[in-house]
Design a protein. Structure first.
Length: 244
């Protein structure tokens, strides 16, 4: 195992473990990856056949965009390779790529014109940051489908994949996980609000843009990193084996 990859492996394991605690996983499916080369050609990813709640840093494998496992003992599930490889290649600055079928956000991908509406503070951080791919090409088991997903994202860091799930990208695991967490919370709040059977109250566009700017541009990353550090402390308290 490469010693220089211990920290990024721990970061990925922490994100996967805590995502499982929040119920954002689906069986042994879905995948988180973290590029460790500037061109995005080499990336760490959770191996096939493991539940997120049992993963340790040493289980994370290093994969090349051509499908080879460069470091680690596991194998890479086919859809993980075909989804993550083209995204890393086309968006090398987005080191972290998180793909889930988390329930509330995914539910928006199966309703006609399903969109995360900018009507609640938690959602406003995602103003103009989401691409919506309303088509569905089946399982991503070839380069064509993975490339299509990557192209559909265009310049947006987040994608809602029609009939499928969510992709969140960011320069770091901490930032990607922070967005993933708040994305699911925003989708949950809106789902609950719609159960009241009344129209959602709009926020003036000026306030939407101002708040999005305050969250995404004017604030620093201290809060994001503090969130991820807190997650690691909680994981250490409950079961520190994730670092192994």
């Amino acid at each position: 195992m490469r010693n220089d990859l211990q920290q990024p492996r721990e970061d990925l394991a922490a994100a996967l473990r805590y995502a499982a605690k929040l119920g954002l996983n689906e069986g042994i499916c879905n995948h988180f990856s973290l590029a460790v080369s500037d061109d995005g050609n080499e990336f760490l990813v959770n191996p096939q056949g493991y539940h997120w709640s049992e993963l340790r840093a040493s289980d994370i494998v290093l994969c090349h965009r051509d499908g080879r496992v460069l470091d680690g003992k596991g194998t890479v599930e086919a859809t993980a390779y075909y989804i993550h490889a083209p995204i890393h290649a086309k968006r090398p600055a987005s080191k972290a790529v998180l793909h889930t079928h988390m329930p509330y956000a995914t539910s928006l991908t199966i309703v006609e014109d399903g969109r995360l509406e900018m009507v609640e503070q938690g959602a406003l951080r995602f103003h103009n940051r989401i691409a919506y791919d309303d088509s569905y090409g089946g399982l991503a088991l070839d380069h064509q489908e993975g490339e299509r997903i990557a192209d559909a994202m265009a310049d947006k860091p987040i994608a809602f994949l029609g009939h499928h799930g969510i992709v969140v990208t960011a320069p770091s695991i901490a930032k990607a996980f922070d967005d993933l967490y708040y994305l699911e919370r925003a989708a949950q709040v809106q789902t609950l609000a719609k159960l009241h059977g009344k129209p959602l109250r709009a926020i003036p566009q000026q306030i939407v843009e101002q708040t999005a700017r305050q969250i995404n541009e004017e604030s620093d990353l201290t809060q994001v990193q503090a969130h991820f550090d807190a997650i690691k402390r909680m994981l250490d308290r409950d079961d520190p084996s994730w670092r192994e």
